[in-house]
Write a protein that binds this ligand. Structure first.
Ligand code: PLP
Length: 498
């Protein structure tokens, strides 16, 4: 199977090349030329298997230029026993009649990004061996909080790689910031920027696609790649857990093979929900993909009106990993929905760049509405949902709460009782302040991050994961903060190629 670019369909590369490069030279994203199809018998064959074995079978459909041994060692490395705090890797938990949360945050950094970023370094180094041996891979990451830490942890001390992470100085939670600034490893660097996530992402994209920068790296035996969800190697591991969740629902009796499910995803960059879309296109019986947003509801508007308009106020919310106005992966969806039209994608993306807005035509809007529903909620509703969900016995983080709230709204509006999977994307202790104030009301004004962790633990009895609790005793290593114009210089400084 080959991959092409959303902006130039004359591009044809192997999966290894797509993963090693991260983004196409024309600025487009790599997408599979055709989407592999699975049937009921395939799903049946997955049901008795564990997560690792399911992952191998699913990834083999997309990574056709990887040998079975390569896929095997990548997947074992990523999900082997002990790396995730559940032997199921991504367990389902029933929270209401007809609704189960899919806990995607059982990995080393307590956010769903681990599901992909534990695997990506293996895929990337295997891919680079095939397509660009002897080069040092330089990973640049723009993060709204969780990707940065998960990528640092995934790539730390991986031979032949260096990684640099940029995050918005005022746009991440204290726990997220500490997780990144205390990162260990010889090949890592972290820098805050004065700006928001979109600034960080645009800066990283600009550095990536700048020919002069690329040549400078090449002269030094290096090449860029991306650990953001623009990289196909980030998306493909995410398809696995939706298919696996469907199998688990068969196993736990929620559905029979062939029954439809709905999937609700708290969405930022549109990577996670796009993976669910691929699962649907592959043949998993998914009725509706429900896209949940916080106050930054650019996607809610887009999916209901067909007008994408980023010219709006940017809100800093209690669900910071979704504080995004430009959702990169939407470009992949538009490509597929337009019948692989690079021409139309170029038109929309050029308009977005120039004016911050574009409008899709009626055919695309109809196609969007056939697969997706959308909703949003503000911080007040998010916290109320944390409170009521906790009263029902489940402690959810702020992002997951947005999804639960949007699901409840959808249910009330449509009465659609299709068995539903709600993606749970972070452990609540990553966002202790908001979660604590939601379940307990007032928080003492003098309570710092770890005092809040303790209070939340006392008040709920839910344990704080060790890897978060022990941050209390660590001293930050990376304290730099730069302007967006200086990101390129920061990269050279880290690489020592001034
Ligand atoms: C990244 C993230 C999201 C958004 O996922 P996208 O793939 O960017 O849409 C939601 N919740 C949490 C906790 C995240 O870290």
């Amino acid at each position: 199977m080959l991959y092409t670019s959303t902006r130039d369909t004359s591009v044809r590369v192997s999966s290894a090349q797509a993963i090693a490069r991260g983004i196409s030279a024309d600025g487009g994203l790599f997408v599979p030329e055709s989407i592999p199809q699975i049937d009921r018998a395939f799903l049946d064959s997955l049901v008795p298997l564990d997560y690792i074995s399911r992952a191998k079978k699913i990834l083999a459909l997309y990574l056709t230029d990887f040998t079975a041994e390569e896929i095997d060692s990548c997947v074992q490395g990523a999900y082997r026993a002990g790396k995730f705090s559940s032997e199921k890797v991504a367990p389902l938990k029933k929270i209401a009649d007809g609704a189960q949360v899919l806990e995607l945050w059982r990995g080393p950094t307590c956010a769903f990004k681990d599901m992909a970023l534990q695997l990506l370094p293996y895929l990337l180094t295997t891919a680079a061996k095939k397509s660009a041996p002897d080069k040092t891979i330089v990973i640049l990451v723009a993060t709204s909080g969780d990707t940065g830490k998960a990528a640092l942890e995934g790539f730390r001390d991986v031979p032949g790689t260096k990684i640099m992470v940029f995050y918005p100085n005022d746009g991440v939670s204290p726990m997220q910031k500490l997780q990144m600034t205390t990162q260990e490893g010889e090949n890592v660097a972290v820098c805050a920027i004065n700006g928001n996530f979109d600034d960080a992402q645009n800066g990283v994209k600009a550095i990536f696609t700048d020919k002069a920068v690329g040549e400078k790296l090449a002269r030094n035996g290096m090449m860029f790649s991306s650990a953001n969800s623009i990289n196909w190697g980030r998306l493909v591991p995410q398809i696995v857990y939706y298919i696996s969740a469907y199998c688990d629902m068969i196993e736990n009796g929620a559905i029979r093979n062939g029954d439809e499910i709905n999937i609700v995803v708290p969405t930022g960059n549109f990577g996670n929900i796009l993976a669910a879309y691929y699962a649907k296109r592959m043949g998993v019986p998914v009725k509706t993909l429900l896209c949940a947003s916080n106050a930054n509801n650019v996607l809610t508007d887009f999916l209901t009106t067909g007008v994408y308009d980023r010219n709006r106020r940017f809100y800093t919310t209690v669900s910071p990993s979704m504080d995004i106005l430009i959702s990169s992966n939407l470009e992949r969806l538009l490509f597929h929905l337009s019948g692989d039209s690079d021409k139309r994608v170029n038109g929309w993306m050029a308009a977005l760049k120039k004016t911050g807005t574009y409008t899709v035509e009626a055919d695309i809007l109809a196609a969007l509405k056939a697969d997706f529903a959308a909703g949003c909620c503000d911080d007040t509703a998010t916290k109320e949902t944390i409170k009521t969900t906790w009263a029902g016995g489940y402690l959810s983080d702020t992002h997951t709460a947005v999804a639960i709230h949007v699901y409840e709204d959808y249910l009330a509006k449509t009465g659609d009782r299709t068995p539903t999977v709600i993606a749970s994307t972070a452990n609540p202790y990553k966002f202790s302040a908001a979660v604590l104030s939601a379940v307990q009301g007032d928080v003492p004004a003098d309570a710092d991050e770890f005092a809040q962790v303790e209070l939340l633990c006392k008040c709920t009895g839910e344990p704080c994961p060790n890897q978060l609790a022990t941050l209390k005793n660590k001293t930050p290593r990376f304290t730099a903060c730069c302007n967006k114009e200086d990101m390129e210089a920061q990269v050279y400084a880290m690489l020592g190629i001034g």
